[in-house]
Design a protein around this ligand. Sequence first.
Ligand code: ATP
Ligand code: MG
Length: 394
Amino acid sequence: MNCQQILIHFGELSTKGGNRKLFINKLGSNIRHALKAFPAVVVTSDHDHIYVELNGEDAERIAAILVEIPGIQRLSFIRRVSKEISAIQAAALEMISEEKGKTFKVDAKRADKTYPLDSYGIARAVGGYILSKTDWKVDVHNPDVHVQVDVRREEAFVSCKTIVGAGGYPLGMNGKAMLLLSGGIDSPVAAYALLRRGIRIECVHFASPPYTSMAVLDKLEDIIGKLSVYQEDIKLNIVPFTKLQEAIYENVDEPYCITIMRRMMVRIAVALAEKEHCLALATGESVGQVASQTLDSMVAINDVTNFPILRPLATSDKLSIIATAKKIDTYEISIRPYQDCCTIFAPKAPKTKPKISECVHYESRFDWKGLVDECVEKVEQVLYVGGKKKQFEN
Ligand code: ATP
Ligand code: MG
């Protein structure tokens, strides 16, 4: 496509008043980072927009990267021309000829109030020119192509194509959450929901070898690879959970095992979250999806902490979760067979309405505190950058 610049519209950012500058700076630096493989591209901003100067790079290729960046509401492909109306008309004609469709409308605005035509006059001149040169028709309500003309002080912008971006907030704008990442379908989708809201993630996985195969780590690595499109550096905390899990199954009656296990996961995840400066935990739970995800269960699980637990999928149904998993390309990875610690120890009849008093009673039967501390101490941390293992810590 013959365009020189992509114009970025913020959407939700506009509602943010005083924080606006911070938002624009954050989004601008996220965009620069995402486009660092294209040194010719220049990113600038003003109060209303961010401008991505292509300097010869392919517009479609750059746009494919931009549509994944949270905080971008829409992208317009812009041709910059001189302010002469004939130049604007020619550019609009050439651009609309590259589009598919039969109907169009033209909207114009002018920052330059000394311009000989007002906005309406510009729109009429451009629309009339297209009508005279093509068989496109005008449809002001539901056009196939929306031609936009913006006459600025020095030059004019013409655009025929606007595409929808990821929306939400720029990454890093809203702190960091510790996400419980299992290897199933839901938690990567929860990750995507958080990232779109501008929340950075760090992940924690509870591994119970030899009951669960360490092959799950390959899955997690592949999932993290897919998520790194949205957040380049993702830290994974792998918790050695076997001893604590065995203690649970020795001491707790079967119907309560899952609830107690989840309470332990939350305690460990909170300790890690605090160490890593996360402001919340997050899970892929969805109310009612399975026995351990009833509201009653969530109350019993939440009881161990007053740290916030975000459940972005709380009210999503499975079909829409699967659709998102396919969109972000984690679905095929998630459905690879694997043994999760929950499935291995899954009781035949888990309690759907666990009572907090019963949980406390079961937990009084064994020294779980020492085991929880041991899990936190022995956690293995792996940093992934662009989906590639970067370094081991601990
Ligand atoms: P998912 O598809 O995300 O695994 P699920 O439908 O299988 O979810 P559960 O297995 O009940 O549901 O898990 C609910 C949530 O608990 C998960 O979304 C995840 O956030 C967390 N979770 C479960 N197992 C683990 C684990 N081994 N390590 C880390 N988090 C886990
Ligand atoms: Mg699971």
